[in-house]
Design a protein around this ligand. Structure first.
Ligand code: RP5
Length: 164
C-alpha cells in the first residue's frame, strides 16, 4: 500500500494530456505524489476496471478523471470505487466541453463525482480539491493549502489610490 501515489489521474485520450499540465503542476506544488494514465472508459473498459482495482489496493486515495465529449470516464470510475472521484470536463469538440460538463455533473444519486470547470481551470482545481481532501488527514498538507490561500489572496490585492 505504501508505495502508491496519493492521486491517480486518468484521462480518456492522449489528446487530453496538454490540458492536464496545470493539474500535474499544482499537485507537484503541494508535494503530492501522483501518477497519470491514459485509459478510455469507452475504448478500454476492461483495462479501466483492472486499473482502478489495483490502484485502490496499492493505496491511491483520490482519483481524478478527465475526459471530453460524452465524458463517462469519471462516472465509471465512481461506479467502481468508494474513493473520491474528481471529474474534469475537457474542452474542445463541437460543443466546446459543455457535453463533457453535463456528462460529468449529471450523475445519478448515490454515485458522486465532484465536477470542476471545463478545461485547464478545472484541471488546476481538480488538483487543489484533491489537496483539500488529502489535507483532512495530513497536517503538513493542510498548512500548504492554507499558505497557498494566503498567497493567492495577497496576489489578488490591488493597490488603488482613490484620488487617481
Ligand atoms: C474522450 O474523447 C477523450 O477524453 C477525449 O477528450 C475525446 C477525444 O479523444 P481522441 O479522439 O482525441 O482520442 O474520450
Amino acid at each position: 500500500m505504501s508505495d502508491a501515489p496519493a492521486v491517480a489521474v486518468i484521462c480518456g485520450s492522449r489528446s487530453d494530456l496538454p490540458t492536464l499540465e496545470g493539474c500535474f503542476d499544482v499537485l507537484d506544488s503541494y508535494g503530492i505524489s501522483w501518477e497519470a494514465s491514459v485509459i478510455s472508459a469507452h475504448r478500454q473498459p476492461d483495462a479501466l476496471h483492472a486499473y482502478v482495482g489495483e490502484a485502490e489496493q496499492r493505496g491511491v486515495r483520490v482519483f481524478i478523471g478527465a475526459a471530453g465529449l460524452a465524458a463517462h470516464l469519471p462516472g465509471v470510475l465512481a461506479s467502481m470505487t468508494a474513493l473520491p472521484v474528481i471529474g474534469v470536463p475537457m474542452d474542445g469538440g463541437a460543443l466546446g466541453g459543455a457535453d463533457a460538463l453535463y456528462s460529468i455533473v449529471q450523475m445519478p444519486p448515490g454515485v458522486p463525482v465532484a465536477g470542476v470547470a471545463i478545461g485547464s481551470a478545472g484541471a488546476k482545481n481538480a488538483a487543489h480539491l484533491a489537496a483539500r481532501i488529502l489535507a483532512l488527514t495530513d497536517e503538513d498538507l493542510a498548512r500548504k493549502v492554507a499558505a497557498f490561500r494566503e498567497e493567492q489572496a495577497a496576489g489578488a490585492e490591488v493597490a488603488i489610490d482613490p484620488r487617481a
